[in-house]
Design a protein around this ligand. Structure first.
Ligand code: ADP
Ligand code: MG
Length: 632
């Protein structure tokens, strides 16, 4: 619903028998607002120079003159609001005017005739009538009746009301939730399933109302009364609930204290009445002002309760009740002025819908069951919320294996079963907590015996260091032994290769002695390598080792050189042998084509080749003899 100003109506009370009518006129306009003009006669100034304006004009949504009947007032003012409330919006109708101007008559009604029924009984009748007609929704109706007297709230439907004194009654207090919604503590909500039950509650409340005698009016109320009809509706099967409230407010008399002519206790009451209406006026002035951020709702109980009705989520209507006899012209003008300010206030009623959590729970339970059924269908297994003993044992086993596995890539796979996953987490947590506790225990023990065991601990520490040192030495020695073994094997291999070479087997000789050390280092872990380096540097024989290393390098170089020479000589010998074989083939071919004696004679070329072979062989054996001294 868009923002709408509060609709303001006026109702003029019929004149009493002895009352003299003030001069006023009503200008009705069907299309726009009606105008009430009040003429102030000069004699009202009581002989003092009268500077007052003579005529005052006020605009109202509609003005009900003295003869207007209750049904007409209901149809024009209350019916549209009741319809909004039935649709799920909040509504408020409040009557404002001096004591005796007809507020109670308009809101509750007169007791003399049935046709004098006021807005409350007529609205109840209308609402229950409508609810009965609408079978598409389930409706629940409650009523509450609050009286605010001297800034204290009382529950007019409290059964203790009749028997107790006012001071002994439970006071209704205001509570505000974080969303700034007002809640009334100790105000009962009575369910009314039909019109009769609701009217009985209204009657009960009315009899409980505070009535005090004043010279102004024999049966005037100096309290504010708020009768509220609470409606909630829901479509069958839907989780959405609509809640709306209709406040029907009969305010205390708006007259000023001076005029009431009361004193003492009653004066205190009158001040209070005026004070709370003064606060109501302040709220209304603040709301009518543009750009006003703070609205002083909290100043009085009544403005707090009507917070939503004034400038909030509500469709609000005001009835200014006027008692336009000569003596009350001033009060009537002040009531009209108040009404003009109220007419400026804009309210925005919104649909009050909420989701019923109980219905949501029912729906969710149903959904869970359906999902469980589906799961059984897919997995072929009935799952309970608890794991079976067998499953638990299997999980313990899996967790054990997982924890023992040093492979960083190892995973604990229990399948897509939240119960198992949760169990694993809980189990791991327990294990962790357990190890933490044992650590703490050890620590506390250690601290309590700290003094006695200080020396022992020091010794233990030393022993540990020593042990560590020994361990390091052993590992270095171990590496060294391995290295020496490998060195020996390498030398033997070299020898074997050289022997093989002499026999014509191709062999690979390491390019340098460094390659050998490198290969030893490669087989060591980084820590071992470091330790080995430290050992080599700090060892007593490090100089000798270094010399030996240099010697070894040199010998390796020599051995390599000899090996190369041997290969070269062997190639030469093979080459010469090849030439002799070729010579033999040529001679054989010649003997076949032209046999002669010459061919059987000594061939000088062949003889030269054989001599060269003998020379090379000598060089070969010489190298071979040299090799053992540099290969070791
Ligand atoms: P208020 O509640 O403003 O003090 P009441 O509603 O009690 O005033 O009205 C004072 C008297 O005037 C009552 O006796 C009431 O019956 C009578 N009265 C008020 N308005 C009308 C009306 N429109 N028609 C007939 N009687 C009325
Ligand atoms: Mg009254």
């Amino acid at each position: 619903m868009a923002k709408e100003t509060i609709l303001v109506y006026a109702r003029v009370k019929p004149l009493g028998r002895r009352q003299e009518a003030g001069i006023y006129s009503i200008e009705d306009d069907e299309k726009s607002l009606s105008t009430l003009e009040i003429i102030v006669p000069h004699d009202l100034a009581d002989g003092v120079v009268n500077n007052k304006r003579e005529s005052y004009k006020f605009k109202f949504q509609k003005i009900f003159d003295q003869e207007a009947k209750q049904d007409v007032v209901f149809d024009s003012i209350a019916k549209p609001v009741a319809e909004c409330v039935l649709a799920g919006y909040n509504g408020t109708i409040f009557a404002y005017g001096q004591t005796g101007s007809g507020k109670t008559f308009t809101i509750t009604g007169g007791a003399e005739r049935y046709s004098d029924r006021g807005i409350i009984p007529r609205t109840l009748s209308y609402i229950f009538d409508q609810l009965q007609k609408d079978s598409s929704k389930v409706y629940t109706t409650h009523v509450s009746y609050l009286e605010i007297y001297n800034e204290c709230g009382y529950d007019l439907l409290d059964p203790r009301h009749e028997a107790s004194r006012l001071e002994d009654l439970l006071k209704v207090t205001i509570m505000e939730d974080p969303d700034q919604n007002i809640h009334l503590k100790n105000l009962s909500l009575q369910q009314a399933t039909n019109e009769e039950e609701a009217l009985n509650l209204l009657f009960l409340g009315d009899t409980n109302r505070m009535i005090a005698e004043t010279p102004m009016n024999q049966a005037s109320s100096r309290s504010h009364c708020i009768f509220t009809i609470h409606i909630s509706s829901k479509e069958p099967g839907s989780a959405t609930i609509r809640r709306s409230k209709l406040h029907l407010v009969d305010l205390a008399g708006s007259e000023r204290v001076a005029k009431t002519g009361v004193g003492g206790h009653l004066l205190t009451e009158a001040k209070y009445i005026n004070l709370s209406l003064h606060y109501l006026e302040q709220v209304i002035i603040a709301l009518a002002e543009k750009n006003r951020s703070h609205i002083p709702y909290r100043n009085s109980m009544m403005t707090s309760v009507l917070r939503d009705s004034l400038g909030g989520n509500c469709m609000t209507t005001m009835i200014a009740t006027l008692s336009i006899d000569k003596r009350n012209i001033d009060e009537s003008i002040s009531t009209c002025r108040f009404a003009q300010r109220v007419a400026l206030i804009k309210n925005e009623a919104v649909l009050n819908e909420e989701i019923d959590p109980r219905l949501i729970i029912v729906q969710l339970k149903k959904e869970i069951q359906e999902l469980k059924d589906e799961l059984v269908l897919v997995t072929g297994k009935q799952r309970t919320s608890e794991l079976s003993q067998e499953e638990l044992l299997q999980l313990d086993k899996l967790i054990g294996t997982f924890l023992k596995d040093n492979d960083p890539d190892s995973a604990l796979d229990v399948g897509a079963d939240m119960r198992k996953i949760k169990y694993c987490f809980v189990h791991m947590k327990e294990l962790m907590n357990h190890s933490k506790i044992s650590d703490r225990k050890w620590l506390s023990q250690h601290t309590s015996e700290e003094k006695d065991t200080n020396k022992e601990a020091e010794e233990l520490e030393k022993m540990k260091e020593l042990l560590q040192q020994r361990d390091n030495e052993i590992s270095i020695l171990y590496i060294l032994v391995n290295m020496l073994k490998k060195e020996k094997k390498k030398a033997q291999d070299a020898l074997f290769q050289l022997n093989a070479a002499s026999a014509g087997i191709p062999c690979a000789v390491p390019s340098s002695a460094d390659d050998y050390y490198l290969s030893v280092g490669e087989n060591m872990s980084l820590g071992c390598q470091e330790a080995f380096e430290v050992f080599k540097r700090d060892h007593a024989d490090s100089v000798t080792t270094e010399d030996n290393k240099q010697l070894l390098k040199q010998r390796f170089a020599e051995a390599k050189c000899l090996g190369e020479k041997l290969n070269e000589v062997r190639n030469k010998i093979n080459n010469l042998k090849g030439k002799i074989t070729q010579r033999h083939i040529q001679k054989a071919a010649l003997a076949v084509s032209s046999p002669s004696e010459e061919l059987n004679m000594l061939d000088p070329v062949e003889e030269k080749l054989r001599m060269q072979i003998e020379e090379e062989k000598k060089r070969y054996y010489f190298c071979l003899k040299l090799l053992p001294s540099c290969g070791r």
